[in-house]
Design a protein around this ligand. Structure first.
Ligand SMILES: Nc1ncnc2c1ncn2[C@@H]1O[C@H](COP(=O)(O)OP(=O)(O)O)[C@@H](O)[C@H]1O
Ligand SMILES: [Mg+2]
Length: 323
């Protein structure tokens, strides 16, 4: 149920609706999932009015308790984007989902950015080709986004490189504050640009680099939590896919299991819907493992990085020998 007409919310007239739209709150759903205080701040409406209309929007969307059958109905509008690798799509349940955050976790050079760039091409394909028929907003925090590489991936796949580049809106984030500001802008930018995919590569590197002291850790985690939840709300409000990347960190105190853990701790683990762990496999291949998902089984897929971005590697499914 996508209710686009803001004026249907009790108490929202055309003047209020235009303030809301100017603040990037263009749908009843966006209004329903944004905290009232933030609605007030962004739109310039009083907090009292914001609280009232947010409440009405939630009532209209029947938020609070809903029937599982209605949730099922909402999930039916969920779309999936192909990654370029059929096997990786399979373990993701058919591709990267909208209305969710998919987190790519792994060491430097393992292929996180390559997956993000391939997705930025694939998301623009028509639905029947596995795309999302929309544009892409790409937030690059490490300076590794490469238009030449996007062009190469597009052309290798028989697409028009320039038109694919034209469908990607890129912003370089220089600090964590800047990154947060850009994420705030997404609520306005995404509907304006008809974005169906939002990439944040990487979500955490600025946070890790800036909040170094032990006493700053809880502050960092709160901010990270706040912005991950904004991204999740964004994905639900506009039915788009959010893909973020994360690093791993050696934990010398861990004697059993894998000593390399994703950074960002519980905040990251709880906010992200699907977590995909990436490792180097045999002969230059890469292995993806679903490590945490509400309904996808733990499973593995091997892929390669080629001129086409990422694609299936030949041969059988990966063995269990690594780790
Ligand atoms: N055009 C290309 N063809 C084949 N492999 C490539 C190409 N461009 C980059 N790669 C490979 O991608 C890897 C880097 O992946 P990247 O996504 O940047 O890692 P990270 O996980 O750090 O983001 C390197 O191993 C590099 O060889
Ligand atoms: Mg990278």
């Amino acid at each position: 149920m996508a209710i686009d007409d803001l004026e249907r919310v009790k108490g929202v007239g055309s003047a209020t609706a235009s303030k809301l739209r100017a603040a990037g709150l263009t749908t009843v759903e966006a209004l329903a999932v944004t905290p009232a205080r933030e609605v007030a701040e962004r739109s310039g409406l009083s907090e009292e009015i914001a609280f009232r209309i947010c409440d009405e929007a939630r009532r209209l969307m029947r938020f609070g308790f809903i029937k599982a059958a209605d949730l099922w109905e909402k999930r039916k509008s969920m779309l999936r984007c192909t990654t370029g690798s059929r096997r990786l799509d399979e373990i993701l349940g058919g591709g990267v989902e909208t209305q969710a955050i998919t987190e790519l976790i792994g060491d430097y050079g393992v292929g996180k950015t390559q997956i993000c760039m391939t997705l930025s091409v694939m998301a623009q394909l028509p639905r029947e080709k596995g795309g999302l028929e929309g544009n892409v907003v790409y937030i690059d925090t490490e300076g590794t986004f490469s238009p030449e590489r996007i062009y190469q991936i597009a052309v290798s796949r028989g697409l028009d490189g320039e038109s694919i580049l034209g469908g990607i809106i890129m912003a370089r984030a220089y600090t964590s504050d800047h990154q947060c500001l850009l994420i705030d802008h997404l609520f306005k930018k995404c509907p304006e640009e008809n974005a169906r995919l939002v990439v944040v590569d990487s979500m955490i590197s600025h946070f890790r680099g800036e909040y170094i002291g032990r006493d700053e850790l809880s502050q960092r985690q709160q901010k990270l939590n706040q912005y991950l939840h904004k991204l999740l709300r964004l994905s639900e409000a506009y039915n788009l896919a959010v893909v973020i990347t994360n690093q791993v960190q050696a934990n010398p105190a861990q004697f059993f299991g894998n000593p390399e853990q994703p950074t960002g701790g519980h905040v990251m683990a709880h906010a992200c819907t699907h977590r995909v762990r990436l490792r180097r496999g045999k002969g230059g291949t890469r292995v993806a493992t679903i490590i945490d998902s509400p309904y996808l089984p733990e499973s593995k897929a091997a892929f390669r990085i080629t001129e086409r971005g990422i694609e299936d590697s030949e041969g059988e499914a990966p063995e269990d020998e690594e780790e």
